[in-house]
Ligand binder design. Structure first.
Ligand SMILES: C=C(O[C@@H]1C=C(C(=O)O)C=C[C@H]1O)C(=O)O
Ligand SMILES: [Mg+2]
Length: 449
């Protein structure tokens, strides 16, 4: 394998050779192993994104949007997906990366992210199993403009050749937490939960997921990319994602939950809901797992998601199977109930259909959705923005979206961490409050040092 800087120069030369061409191009060049997060650390771009699949098979760092599809509202989603498809047909190996908010009710702090944003990066560092590749996606309009773009991209690559930073996570320092407060506070939370329980008792609602924002003021700047790496090593079987926009604000998370994965017409999705802490040792952990599997309230939380997915996918799938038995997935501090689905979608069903049909599931929204949505928007004092939205990678033959939970928004030294809990018959306000804490414990422990 050629050294890193030599490989980057080869790609830069390939780019210069394209200067007389016209249309969409994608070029790839193998590189020596470089961790995408380590690369993001040193790379020169005002917009950076990161995506890693839960399987661990593929991690991508993307910079310098070649095409940036920012959505003002839900109504432009169909058009955006259609446009992305046209581009992907021209460069089939490429992917758009990005995400979308929980709903279109968002406060100003989320403006830079839009309702949704899907980016085709000009440069992508892809780590796929044992291989590392640098890819370049470029639209060449022809003539002088093609020449200018090719030279600009080549020069950029050559500049980066010397900028690679070798990541030293042992050097990670927790920034420390100077101040924290919760929105809603515990008293407002109790009120919200009571309101949901009243609606549940009145039989207009089965479940609503209420959430909380913990606003932290950090003592020192957060070394974001190192932090993400540390967080992922605590929960290695999770998705990880980040989008840093031009202002420097960054939305990121480490989520265990899949919205869906599609490969050609094969589909995988899941009902992930119901939560318990981990035990202090193996036998206590086993006891907690047993309790979780046999707990009516947690089973009900999960069953509502399961039923919803089965109902809404019936029309989109030719075949759909789910696990017969619920199982448990284990994270660093908590464990969840999970039911997996496998299916075959009907010909002509698109990622747009899947996304708009599945999102938001009752794992983050509620059931029925219309009632839950109304309660969530009237009771939650904060704006969820992209928290509990979706984040993922959109391809021609392979698309995967995570549910953007276990996530946060970093703005300078202000960091908001979000978590929610499914409120159903049998929920107790203070136990659910504790569940909110449990869901952010892994991230908090890395920040507090
Ligand atoms: C809403 C969140 O998580 C969801 C709610 C769960 C629950 O209430 O048991 C479990 C997993 C997720 O479906 C979150 O982490 O913010
Ligand atoms: Mg719960």
């Amino acid at each position: 394998m050629l050294p890193y800087d030599e490989s980057m120069r080869i790609l830069a030369d390939k780019l210069r050779q394209c200067q007389t061409r016209q249309g969409w191009y994608r070029m790839e060049q193998p590189l020596p192993a470089v961790a995408p997060l380590a690369w993001l650390h040193g790379v020169d771009s005002s917009c950076r994104l990161y995506w890693t699949e839960r399987s661990g098979n593929r991690s991508v760092a993307g910079v310098c949007p070649e095409l940036d599809l920012t959505l003002a509202g839900a109504e432009s989603l169909g058009e955006t997906f259609a446009l992305s498809r046209e581009v992907l047909q021209a460069i089939p190996g490429a992917h758009f990366y990005g995400g979308m908010a929980f709903t279109d009710q968002m406060s100003a702090q989320w403006r830079a992210f839009g309702y949704g944003r899907f980016i085709l990066p000009r440069f992508e560092l892809i780590q796929q199993r044992a291989e590392t590749v640098m890819a370049c996606n470029l639209y060449l309009p022809g003539g002088e403009e093609s020449r200018r773009k090719c030279h600009e991209a080549a020069a950029w690559l050559e500049r980066q050749a010397s900028r690679i930073v070798v990541q030293d996570t042992d050097g990670y320092r927790a920034p420390g937490i100077a101040d924290r407060y919760c929105v809603p506070d515990q008293q407002q939370w109790r009120y919200g939960v009571e309101q949901v329980l009243t609606a549940v008792a009145g039989q207009t609602l089965h479940k609503a997921v209420l959430s909380r924002e913990v606003r932290l003021k950090l003592e020192h700047p957060l070394h974001l990319w190192d932090f993400l790496q540390r967080w992922h090593s605590e929960n290695p079987r999770s998705y990880q994602f980040a989008l840093q926009v031009e202002s420097g604000d960054c939305f990121f998370g480490t989520s265990p939950e899949r919205l869906f994965r599609r490969q050609s017409r094969l589909l995988w999705t899941e009902a992930l809901a119901g939560t318990m802490t981990r035990g202090m040792d193996a036998s206590e952990d086993q006891a907690f797992e047993h309790r979780l599997i046999n707990d009516d309230k947690n089973r009900h939380e999960n069953a509502l998601v399961l039923d919803h997915i089965r109902d809404v996918l019936a029309g989109l799938c030719e075949r759909l199977e789910s696990d017969r038995e619920v199982s448990v997935i284990k994270l660093r501090h908590i464990q969840h109930l999970i039911h997996r689905f496998r299916g075959v979608i009907r010909p002509g069903i698109t990622d747009y259909d899947l996304l708009t049909t599945l999102h938001p599931t009752p794992a983050v929204g509620g059931s029925p959705w219309h009632e839950a949505r109304h309660l969530i928007h009237t009771l939650e004092p904060h704006s969820r923005g992209w928290y509990s939205g979706v984040f993922g990678s959109l391809g021609l033959n392979d698309t995967e979206f995570a549910v953007a939970i276990r996530s946060g928004l970093l703005r300078g030294r202000q960091l908001s961490l979000y978590s929610g809990a499914g409120i159903v018959a049998g929920s107790e306000p203070d136990t659910e409050w504790q569940e909110l804490d449990n869901k952010i414990n892994t991230a908090l422990a890395l920040l507090d040092g």
